[in-house]
Design a protein around this ligand. Sequence first.
Ligand code: ADP
Ligand code: ADP
Length: 239
Amino acid sequence: GPLLALRQLVKRYPTGDLALDHVDLDVPQGQVMALIGPSGAGKSTLIRCVNRLVQPSGGQILLNGQDLGALGRHGLRLARRQLGMIFQEYALVERLTVMENVLSGRLGYTSFWRSWTRRYPAQDIQQAYGFLARVGLAGFENKRADALSGGQRQRVGIARALMQAPVLLLVDEPTASLDPKTARQIMRLLCELCRERGLSAIVNIHDVALASQFADRIVGLRKGAIVYDGAPQGLDTTA
Ligand code: ADP
Ligand code: ADP
């Protein structure tokens, strides 16, 4: 079956907003799926339901057949380690070094904040050097996160997510805080890395042109429902 399957996924916020209205969606292994749609369409809610930062109101979220919605605390912690998160505002620990931020990915995103007290095995450090070189940050290991540009921070965010050895990347507006040129570089890097590693990604992105340039598949959301699902070539990016 697919890597990720959403079945009749519903999210109604306590305010009454129906953010996801019975969404059915399959994401196969190795696919970069861009999630587009106007503000308020439910894109962030969908991504946040998958890692259960948001608690779904109904339906199922199946990761390799396992229902994430039904997991308890411990099961959820294990399942989340398979989900690499990349955020619009990077979510780096600002006063720590690039290397420390990347290594913290080994523990999964729920542990970023505690991770600096850890000592990491030599092979993890070796691997982190490799990822940093791959994202174009060789030599930046000992710089503090707060000394980096936005594009560099997002490169650290990507390396940290890879460090987690995820099966699926959940990427929430990765380029929304970047200038257009840097945004294109980051989106290209992210999609290239997914292809190299056979990784799947759901990329929430409001820039339709960028989505259609780099993603394998475009899913359009509107008012919590899927209104487009197809190849980037079929999409009218001028609309
Ligand atoms: P998008 O990411 O596409 O902009 P969101 O998932 O943020 O969409 O929002 C979808 C809908 O859910 C909107 O109507 C929004 O106002 C509502 N919403 C999002 N987060 C919350 C929240 N924490 N509490 C109440 N309503 C929310
Ligand atoms: P995004 O579209 O990227 O989700 P927003 O600016 O819409 O960003 O939302 C920022 C934060 O406010 C998010 O945590 C979201 O869940 C929350 N939020 C959005 N809409 C509402 C709402 N109607 N009521 C309460 N919280 C909301």
